[in-house]
Write a protein that binds this ligand. Structure first.
Ligand SMILES: [Zn+2]
Ligand SMILES: [Zn+2]
Length: 236
């Protein structure tokens, strides 16, 4: 199976559930990266050296690690090594706890030895975010290449893309026909959503409170949040 067809299949599968399929693909990528890391690779010296260099994960993915049942030991091993690396960097920069302690430990000060503030070697990009960006870019290309009269239907049924992925999709879309179709699909789903939200608000007015709120109207708030901010896994 070619890379493109694998990405195409990913979009099709992701579109079977509601919400931005690109967000779903990104989340699946993150879950499987973290799962592999915690179950198999946590003691792989090469990977660990790479993680130490990057100095960890973003806040979202660090916290997501803690949602993997029974894997606190793996999370502890990874963070033990990375925190040691952070400690090494802070000491190398000559940062406090205190100048006298630094001197006792024989640590050098930053720069020319003047009183300029210590500079820490920056952390790299979160490896899970980097993997997500790579996989999502591939999926976005498959989406825009196969949108017209093909993936436009499943995308419409899934409720379209989130704001961020829509922007990225339009940027990567050079075919005017595909651009127009993407705007058309997205407009249709958001017009419907705006309508449901409007009805929800109207029916909260005491004059119309006797009118029942439909299921679509009831979930329109969550859908509007997801449309504007993306699909996030529940935080536990
Ligand atoms: Zn998205
Ligand atoms: Zn991340």
């Amino acid at each position: 199976m070619s890379t493109r067809s694998a990405a195409y299949q990913d979009i099709l599968r992701a579109s079977e559930q509601h919400g931005c399929p690109l967000c779903h693909i990104g989340q699946k990528t993150a879950r499987s990266y973290l799962d592999n890391l915690l179950w198999g690779s946590v003691n792989d010296p090469e990977l660990r050296a790479e993680l130490d260099k990057l100095l960890g994960f973003c806040g979202q993915h660090s916290r997501q690690m803690m949602t993997f049942q029974g894997e606190r030991l793996g999370v502890a091993i990874v963070h033990h090594a990375m925190l040691k690396e952070a400690l090494r960097r802070v000491q190398r920069a000559g940062a406090p706890p205190s100048r006298s302690l630094s001197a006792r430990l024989g640590l050098r000060k930053s720069g020319d030895g003047s009183d300029s503030p210590p500079v820490l070697e920056p952390a790299g990009q979160c490896p899970v975010c980097a993997k997500q960006v790579e996989i999502e870019a591939r999926a976005l290309d498959a989406l825009v290449e196969n949108l017209v009269d093909d993936l436009d239907g499943p995308l419409r049924d899934a409720g379209g893309l989130c704001w961020e992925h829509l922007g990225l999709a339009l940027q990567r879309c050079s075919d005017p026909k595909a651009q127009a179709r993407l705007v058309e699909v997205q407009s249709a789903v958001w017009e419907e959503l705006v309508g449901h939200l409007g009805e929800f608000i109207r029916k909260r007015d005491y004059r119309f409170q006797h009118e029942p709120i439909s299921d679509d109207e009831a979930v329109s708030i969550e859908k509007a949040i997801a449309a504007l901010t993306g699909q996030y896994p529940p935080v536990s």
